[in-house]
Ligand binder design. Structure first.
Ligand SMILES: Cc1cc2nc3c(=O)[nH]c(=O)nc-3n(C[C@H](O)[C@H](O)[C@H](O)COP(=O)(O)OP(=O)(O)OC[C@H]3O[C@@H](n4cnc5c(N)ncnc54)[C@H](O)[C@@H]3O)c2cc1C
Length: 504
């Protein structure tokens, strides 16, 4: 294969992956010629609505998009974390703050040792979630908008917004369907459109969704299945228009007989979906179970997905981004953030090597992307292996058979030592996107038993309760989502200069 010199890029696909890749590449390396080809007949998947804080950081920090315009055009709500109806507790909250990887100076043990009975109001974000508030109130009444939130975004609005940004940056957008990709020793020689026209570029970015037209269908890259960890492979997705339901500042993940159900909170809509394992339940039975819990849902649609990733995302002159490179279910809302990461990594590689990526750069890219997918798999394994809420065949199988896929040492440490922080750096790679905090929340939240039980003294309990009470107090004075939306859409509101522009 000749060495690659990248001046022109063709992106196949105009979903969130295609347009996130296009905007990121064009913003970081403006001299690149970038074209997006997308088929209106095939359309976009239309799901993918929960994010972590990494997505707003990417959009507003790395890409430096205007926050006011982003909010006006996509009308997102804020997501402080995920409420898990999971394990033996009625619920527990996973926040984007720090609840458990922390020790107060006036307490002898880290926070996790005080959460055996109640695990709520542990940080200010979990207190905000408990009180349906989005932000702490500043002295002038405004919401204090910091960095510990993700968003709920309506997929189509988000894709339209990204398309507008891409056009503005000079990305060419072509409505056309690719009939065939031809091959040569470089990988892809060209894309033949149904019109007969042939499109060529130096690099092809495959954002064609689950079809993975270039990476899988044309180059035949092997798929590494995550099925031994993630048994679910289907979802029914639907929603309804909001009437008087309060807008919750979090995603809800509720245990179901053969999987789990999400609830995503938009300003005027609530979206629900049931992720299930087709080995344990039929589509009709899943639909019935889902509908019995959610009588307001309209007509549903089934989405099938394969859990896993392609061995390499960058093969020859093809780089896959988004569902074309792999997929894990949205339990921790990781797809959009991984798309942002993949796009950014590609842009940084091309910038660093002045458009001539060396084989070691390509290996670096593949190593980083593969590691990210595997980290997500490992973290999700904890959710399935220890959820003792229901005694159905599906959950019994999860508790018995889910492969921990690398999380074994961390679990063993926890089962011996409880929520101790001492070995955190040895147990989790510093580049793991979740970190020790996230694992602790899932283990403590699900009340996974550990051997060295600690009984706090009365004095410790009092101190702990006063910390929680302070968090509650701050939260109760906070703003609800409608109040915060009214504040940021008011004519007087200004995003302070440099909002989010801390990110390189
Ligand atoms: C049930 C479910 C729930 C999810 N929830 C979340 C969530 O909460 N958070 C999250 O981050 N992610 C979630 N995801 C993942 C979500 O799918 C992705 O985040 C995201 O939308 C990626 O889409 P994409 O751009 O890769 O693919 P798509 O949206 O499928 O886009 C594919 C594009 O390729 C084009 N295309 C394909 N073939 C051709 C061709 N031959 N010629 C021309 N164009 C072509 C299509 O027209 C389209 O434009 C969820 C996924 C599922 C299945």
């Amino acid at each position: 294969m000749r060495s690659l010199r990248v001046n022109t890029i063709l992106i196949l696909g105009g979903g969130s992956a295609g347009f996130l890749a296009a905007t990121t590449l064009k913003k970081r390396v403006p001299e690149l010629s970038v074209t997006v080809i997308r088929s209106k007949e095939i359309g976009i998947i239309g799901v993918g609505e929960g994010t972590t804080p990494i997505l707003p950081r990417h959009l507003l920090g790395y890409l430096k998009f205007d926050p006011g315009e982003f909010h006006r055009e996509t009308r997102p709500t804020w997501k402080l974390g995920i409420r898990f109806l999971w394990g033996r507790r009625q619920y527990f909250d996973f926040t984007f703050g720090v609840q458990l990887a922390w020790k107060w100076n006036n307490l002898p043990k880290p926070n996790g040792f005080y959460c055996d009975q109640e695990f709520e109001d542990t940080d200010v974000f979990s207190a905000l979630m408990s009180h349906d508030r989005a932000f702490v109130r500043q002295p002038n009444g405004d919401p204090l908008i910091e960095r510990n939130f993700g968003h709920h975004l309506e997929n189509e609005k988000f894709v339209n917004y990204l398309e507008g940004q891409a056009e503005r940056l000079g990305v060419r957008i072509l409505d056309a369907t690719v009939a065939e990709a031809t091959r040569d020793d470089q990988g892809i020689a060209g894309l033949r459109l149904t019109s007969g026209e042939m499109m060529r570029a130096d690099l092809y970015v495959d954002c064609s969704g689950f079809r993975s037209v270039l990476l899988a269908q044309t180059l035949g890259e092997p798929f590494l299945s995550f099925k031994s960890t993630l048994f679910c492979d289907r979802a029914v997705a639907v929603g309804w228009d909001r009437t008087d339901e309060p807008i919750k500042p979090y995603t809800t993940a509720e245990t179901m007989d053969c999987g789990w159900c999400w609830q995503i909170e938009h300003e005027h809509r609530i979206n629900r979906g049931y992720v299930y394992a087709s080995d344990f339940i039929s589509d009709d039975e899943a639909e019935r179970e889902f509908r019995a819990k959610n009588p307001r849902v309209g007509s549903t649609r089934v989405v099938k997905f394969p859990p896993g990733r392609y061995r390499d995302s960058w093969v020859k002159n093809v780089v896959a981004v988004g569902n074309a490179s792999g997929f894990v279910e949205p339990l921790e809302a990781t797809s959009l953030v991984l798309i942002a990461y993949e796009s950014r990594l590609l842009a940084e590689v091309l910038a660093d090597c002045d458009g001539e990526p060396s084989p070691t750069m390509v290996s670096y890219f593949n190593g980083e992307v593969g590691r990210s997918w595997d980290c997500i798999r490992r973290f999700l394994a904890i959710h399935y292996r220890f959820n003792s809420r229901l005694d159905t065949p599906f959950w019994r199988a999860c508790r018995a058979d889910v492969e921990l896929a690398g999380a074994e040492p961390l679990v063993e440490y926890y089962q011996e030592n409880g929520p101790s922080l001492l070995a955190r750096n040895a147990l989790i790679d510093a580049r793991d996107p979740f970190g020790f905090e996230a694992y602790l929340v899932l283990l403590v939240g699900q009340q996974v038993p550990y051997r060295r039980v600690y009984v706090p003294s009365l004095q410790e309990r009092r101190i702990w309760e006063s910390i929680r009470a302070e968090n509650r107090l701050q939260a109760m004075r906070g703003l609800t989502i409608p109040e915060a939306l009214a504040a940021i859409h008011a004519p007087a509101w200004t995003w302070y200069p440099g909002f989010y522009h801390f990110d390189k």
